[in-house]
Design a protein around this ligand. Structure first.
Ligand SMILES: C[S@@+](CC[C@H](N)C(=O)[O-])C[C@H]1O[C@@H](n2cnc3c(N)ncnc32)[C@H](O)[C@@H]1O
Length: 378
């Protein structure tokens, strides 16, 4: 954003204005037009899909305009369609037309040309997410309140049982590209590892072992390790091959392939944590993964979850609640996962095993993710 994070007053004003936008829009255009515009929103994806699939942004010179005719030759999109699609994109401030018949970059199209991660993000969203979510309501009707990650729109899109991650792994660009793409979200405002580093009393753990379940490439463990020299880490995920960590923490971080639905192999660790993992899964899977920990736990072991939450309706900023609820519908649509209110997280632990002692949860200021803590008290 154009405002420095340290300028608190300006940041608050900025967030206040963002929260006013939906009501301002409603007042200015009226309810009927607001709903009409929502139903037309897939048309934005038609233009984005064209831009992405034909690499149009990459074919527009960075510093000079190009004619529609020449761009059509370079991208193989027929000139009449290209012209219509790009002129629509321009109303969303993607590209500009400084002289009639010529296309130039805007700030947004320049980003589409230069940012490989954003390019991958658009690819997965328009080619997979969009058609899968278009079948989400059909899936909900076919399999009401399902706890099965295959009973989703992705399966209806494919015509055979499958999961979101299976489809992504088989995509032309592959899983590595999807991980790249995810950084468009995970490098965004409020996602930084520093929120977990700074908002949990790691110092109280002393010298100990921390297990990072579903830890992907270990970025969170690396951040915690850098701030806590007495801790050692085991990063577990379904596939951990090929990950590397910086030399200065190498001695204290190891990787291990582990499915969290199998019994936890690292016994008597001091801390077990999941970061942004469990919201991907339905309650039945979360319960099983919590129960899979039990045989490994020593008295006093700490369990931490850093994940999304759901603020009670109307209690937080509108934009924040909107983000949380959008995530919730995304989890439901793609994998029958869900976002959960504080009380729902607590209830899951109680249901998993009454020896889990709930320690509460909160969302640090500025963070998108909540931190929930539990101890094992047999
Ligand atoms: C959204 S990513 C979060 C990764 C990382 N914790 C972070 O915060 O960036 C979810 C991770 O959970 C892992 N995962 C999914 N199912 C799993 C399972 N059954 N056992 C272990 N890891 C799993 C995925 O492979 C993926 O790396």
């Amino acid at each position: 954003t154009p405002i420095a994070p340290s300028d608190k007053a300006a940041q608050t004003a900025r967030l206040d204005i963002i929260d006013m936008i939906p009501d301002l829009q409603l007042q200015l255009i009226g309810a009927q037009a607001m709903i009409r515009d929502m139903t037309w929103s897939p048309l934005n994806l038609v233009t984005l899909q064209t831009i992405n699939r034909f690499k149009i942004a990459q074919h527009v010179p960075l510093n000079s305009p190009i004619s529609y005719a020449e761009l059509s030759t370079l991208t193989s999109v027929p000139e009449p369609s290209l012209t219509r699609l790009l002129r629509h994109a321009m109303t969303n401030r993607i590209f500009s037309e400084p002289t009639r018949g010529f296309v130039a970059h805007s700030e947004a199209s320049r980003l589409l040309a230069a940012d490989q991660k954003l390019d991958s993000w658009v690819f997965f969203l328009v080619e997979y997410f969009w058609p899968a979510t278009a079948r989400a309501v059909d899936a909900m009707q076919k399999w009401p309140d399902s706890q099965n990650p295959t009973e989703v729109g992705v399966t209806l899109m494919k015509g055979e049982p499958t999961t979101w991650f299976k489809e992504i792994a088989q995509a032309d660009r592959g899983i590595a590209s999807f991980r790249d793409a995810m950084s468009v979200v995970s490098e965004g405002e409020g996602w930084q590892d520093s929120y977990l580093v700074e908002n949990y009393p790691w110092g109280d753990v002393g010298k100990g072992v921390v297990v990072d379940i579903g830890g992907a490439n270990g970025h969170t463990s690396i951040a915690i390790a850098e701030a806590n020299p007495e801790l050692t880490f085991v990063v577990q995920d379904l596939h951990t091959e090929g990950n590397s960590v910086p030399d200065h923490v190498k001695q204290r971080i190891s990787f291990m392939n582990h499915d969290m639905l199998n019994p936890q192999p690292i016994k008597d660790a001091d801390v077990y944590f999941w970061r942004a993992v469990l919201h991907n899964h339905p309650d039945a899977v979360v319960l099983k993964s919590l129960q899979s920990l039990v045989p490994a736990l020593k008295p006093g072991a700490r369990i931490i979850i850093q994940d999304f939450g759901l603020t009670h309706p109307g209690e937080g900023r509108l934009a924040d609640e909107s983000y949380e609820r959008m995530m919730d519908i995304m989890m439901m649509s793609l994998m029958n996962g869900k976002e959960r209110e504080l009380e729902q997280w607590k209830a899951l632990f109680e249901q998993a095993d009454p020896r889990f002692k709930w320690g509460g949860g909160s969302k640090p200021d500025g963070s998108r993710l909540w931190i929930y803590s539990v101890t094992w008290e047999p």
